[in-house]
Design a protein around this ligand. Structure first.
Ligand code: FPP
Length: 235
């Protein structure tokens, strides 16, 4: 039986619908969603997860109302400020992927601060995708490589998968084994396009604010029943 997935990536979808169905503003759903993040982060190591990557804000999410965007940015700031102590105590190393340049400088500073503060932690690697888009990440990586070709430090013939891998935001992070999307949507939505080439996908109808460690545990059991061949044939 295959082992538990080392790296689980989650598209946390359904916060808005969860709140709207209860007659509450969408931001209430995001707040509840942030509570779920804390719970899942706490539960992950006991489920055998070493790497957890969560999609918090996509490059497309700027199209939402100013109120919602600012509310989400405030949530990210508060999460870092309030969880810094707890994450350190729980041995969580926090990283971010995505283009930070468009984010408020206070948030950028907090992101750099928590990455630095949790650098020595080993129990769980938590990566939060903020202003992240798989296509955008690939374009930024290609621009980096093109600059190296232009200044003569990279031979175009030496450009291979490993070189592109190393130019991505996820350079230090293994590929995900399993991508989970909540809320019943069955789209990839620009998440880890390159990295998820061999990932398994699991979709659950549960809205993110209702997601629990028990549901995650069930999904992991289903994953373990799958036969991953990475393009090869069964021995
Ligand atoms: C998708 O639901 C969710 C988001 C765009 C935001 C995810 C953010 C959180 C879970 C909050 C906090 C995160 C951290 C890291 C503290 P949606 O709003 O698209 O839901 P809908 O499809 O029902 O409208």
């Amino acid at each position: 039986m295959p082992s538990a997935p080392r790296h689980v990536a989650i598209i946390m979808d359904g916060n808005g619908r969860w709140a709207t169905s209860k007659g509450w503003p969408r931001l209430v759903g995001h707040r509840k969603g942030a509570e779920r993040v804390k719970e899942i982060v706490r539960a992950a190591p006991d489920l055998g997860i070493e790497w957890l990557t969560i999609y918090a804000f996509s490059t497309e999410n700027w199209k939402r109302s100013t109120e919602e965007v600012l509310g989400l940015m405030g949530l990210f700031q508060r999460y870092i400020q309030r969880e810094a102590e707890g994450l350190s105590a729980e041995g969580v190393r926090m990283r971010f992927i995505g283009d930070r340049k468009r984010l408020d400088t206070k948030l950028q500073d907090l992101m750099a601060w928590i990455e630095d503060r949790t650098r020595g932690n080993r129990k769980l690697n938590l990566t939060v995708a903020i202003n992240y888009g798989g296509r955008d990440e690939l374009v930024r990586a290609m621009r980096r490589l093109a600059r190296q070709v232009a200044d003569g430090s990279l031979d175009p013939e030496a450009l291979d998968e490993a070189a592109l891998d190393g130019a991505l935001d996820t350079a230090q992070i293994p590929d995900p084994d399993l991508v989970i999307r909540t809320s019943g949507e069955t789209r990839v939505s620009n998440f880890l396009l390159w990295q998820a080439a061999y990932a398994e996908y699991e979709f659950t109808p549960t809205l993110w604010p209702d997601f629990t460690p028990e549901i995650l545990s069930d999904i992991l059991l289903r994953f373990q029943g799958r036969d991953r061949r990475f393009g090869g044939v069964k021995p």
